[in-house]
Design a protein around this ligand. Structure first.
Ligand code: PRP
Ligand code: HPA
Length: 179
């Protein structure tokens, strides 16, 4: 496909890491009430794979939040485009994301969910780009650390394309004319 010349993380590597994360989460939350919240749209692919590797009874739900605009947006400001239906009071929440980049989305979302009286709100991401971080957030379950490259596939898009690709590809930003 145009602009996609190199696989950064293969389907096999993703599957292997998702299995490991599922096992770790199943151990950590044994005997507790856990709800996974997948963040649309990108997180949907990882969410579907991860939930099937968790061997506990769990609840699932989805949220969609707007991008934060720019980094000077006042703290706590996220716009919820689609909210969860689940009452999360007294429950352990695990946010499931495809990518943590600046960290702003997750920082805002985590704070927001804590105001709804969840017992705990932890973060799980399949891809982490720490070199781009603007805020200090704790990632409780990290899949694979990647370098500062724009990537697509496994839920991640460029202009709403390529989310369906089973591998994670590096985008040749020059070839696609991205600045
Ligand atoms: O750490 P950050 O810099 O905040 O970036 C990470 C966010 O950006 C991506 O979502 P996006 O806003 O592109 O929405 P999408 O999943 O619908 O593509 C990704 O899925 C995270 O939610
Ligand atoms: O590398 C990326 N690809 C797609 N969407 C993203 N959102 C943050 N980083 C990325």
């Amino acid at each position: 496909m145009k602009g996609l010349n190199k696989i950064l993380v293969s389907k096999a590597e993703l599957q292997h890491r998702v299995k490991e994360l599922g096992a770790e989460i199943s151990l950590d939350y044994h005997g507790q009430e856990l709800v996974l919240i997948g963040i649309l749209k990108g997180g949907a692919v990882f969410m579907a794979d991860l939930m099937r590797e968790i061997t506990l009874p769990i609840g699932i739900d989805y949220m969609s939040v707007s991008s934060y605009g720019n980094s000077s947006t006042s703290s706590g400001a996220i716009v919820i485009k689609k909210d969860i239906d689940t009452d999360i009071r007294g429950k352990h929440i695990l946010i499931v994301e495809d990518m943590i980049d600046t960290g702003l989305t997750l920082q805002h979302l985590q704070k927001h969910l804590l105001t709804r009286d969840a017992l705990s709100v932890k973060i799980c991401t399949i891809l982490n780009k720490p070199s781009r971080r603007l805020v200090d957030i704790k990632i409780d379950y990290e899949g694979i650390e990647i370098p500062d490259e724009f990537v697509v596939g496994y839920g991640l898009d460029y202009a709403e394309q390529y989310r369906h690709l089973p591998d994670v590809w590096i985008v040749d930003t020059l070839e696609l004319g991205i600045h």
